[in-house]
Each structure stands twice: as C-alpha cells, then as structure tokens.
Write a protein that binds this ligand. Structure first.
Ligand SMILES: Nc1ncnc2c1ncn2[C@@H]1O[C@H](COP(=O)(O)OP(=O)(O)OP(=O)(O)O)[C@@H](O)[C@H]1O
Ligand SMILES: [Mg+2]
Length: 179
C-alpha cells in the first residue's frame, strides 16, 4: 500500500540530498514500493538541459520538475526530489502545485559543505569562476517551517534515510507488510 507524495529535499550543494535520496530509494524498492528519484543533476542533463542558473531559469527548472512530480504523485508514486531549491517562493510553489508534499530541509553548515566540496564547485565559486553559486554568490533562504529537518553534520546518511522512512510510515504514505 502506498499513497503518492513528493518528498522534496532542499539544501545547499553538498549537504547530502542525493546521498540520502538514493538510500531511501533503495529501501523503498526493497519493500516493493513504486518510487522515482528526480535529481537536480540528472534533470538538468535532460528535461531542463536548456536552462541555466539565473533566477528565472532556476524557477523554470523547478516548475517543470514540480509538474512531473505532480503527475507521478497523483498516480501514487513516491517521488524523491533532490534540488537545492534555494528560494522560499519556489518551495511554496511546489507545495501548492503538488499538494501532497513533504519539505525536507537537509541542513549542514556552509563551512562543512565547503570542506566536503564533493564536486569541487565551491572551490571554483570561491575563486569567482562560477557566478550565482548558492551559498557563495547567491542566497539560500532557509526553510522556516519544514516538515522534516535532517542534520547531516551530526547524523550518518543511513540515520537520515531512516528518519524519512519512519515519517512515511507514520503518516501512512507507505505501509509495509511485516514478513
Ligand atoms: N548524514 C549525511 N547525509 C548525507 N550525506 C552525508 C552525511 N554525512 C556526510 N555526508 C556526505 O556528504 C556528501 C553529500 O553529497 P551529495 O552529492 O549527496 O550532496 P547534494 O546535497 O546532493 O549536493 P548537490 O546539490 O550539489 O547535488 C557525500 O559525500 C556524503 O557522503
Ligand atoms: Mg545532488
């Protein structure tokens, strides 16, 4: 049994959105639940390959993804969406558009994200080689009222993933038969 919902992971680059989404995805697949991951990096190679990182393009990127998430959730798929989604109005848009929506703030200090620098992008942004980089030269508006906060500076990735699974069960988006 499952009820469609978009679990929307928002946070700075390097906070752990993709890492946690993939762990949650694997666990849901294990339970036989239908799930789709919409990940910023992949979506930008295909669905929104024509868009850049201006304020307008970031908005269009999120609007297209929200549309896809809406189609999937209304067919009871669990959608795991991993996007920086830096502006509050974008997240508000998604909540309204998708309706079945869980806002997950993947929280980690900028200093730790810079230390991790998984993709080497902070280094470039700090040298001024990337313009409009979230956290460095573009704002990240912290969620004021997220449904879930994951503290990835102090939790292990599987602990963060377990919090999501627990929330989905507790709020009856998924029901798992015990063997
Ligand atoms: N609790 C945690 N949850 C998730 N990732 C963690 C955690 N603790 C440490 N990490 C590490 O932080 C890094 C997060 O990278 P990841 O690519 O998942 O970030 P992201 O939020 O998807 O970034 P981007 O927005 O650039 O795609 C990984 O190297 C991961 O191993
Ligand atoms: Mg990612």
């Amino acid at each position: 049994m499952q009820k469609g919902v978009a679990v929307w992971f928002t946070g700075l680059s390097g906070t752990g959105k993709t890492t946690i989404c993939r762990l949650v995805e694997a666990e849901l697949i294990n339970y036989g639940i239908r799930v789709e991951v919409l990940d910023g990096d992949e979506v930008r190679k295909r669905l929104t390959a024509d868009l850049g990182f201006s304020k307008e393009d970031r908005q269009k990127n999120i609007e297209r993804v929200a549309f896809v998430a809406k189609l999937l959730t209304r067919n009871d798929v669990i959608v795991l969406a991993s996007f920086i989604t830096p502006y509050r109005h974008m997240r508000d848009y998604c909540r309204q558009e998708i309706s079945s929506f869980i806002e997950v703030f993947v929280k980690c200090s900028l200093a730790e994200c810079i230390r991790r620098d998984v993709k080497g992008l902070y280094k470039k942004a700090l040298k001024g080689e990337i313009h409009g980089f979230t956290g460095i030269s573009d704002p990240f508006e912290e969620p004021e009222n997220p449904d879930i906060v994951l503290d990835t500076e102090n939790e292990a990735p599987d602990e963060s993933a377990a919090i999501i699974i627990h929330y989905l069960m507790q709020h009856q988006y998924i029901k798992v038969e015990q063997p």
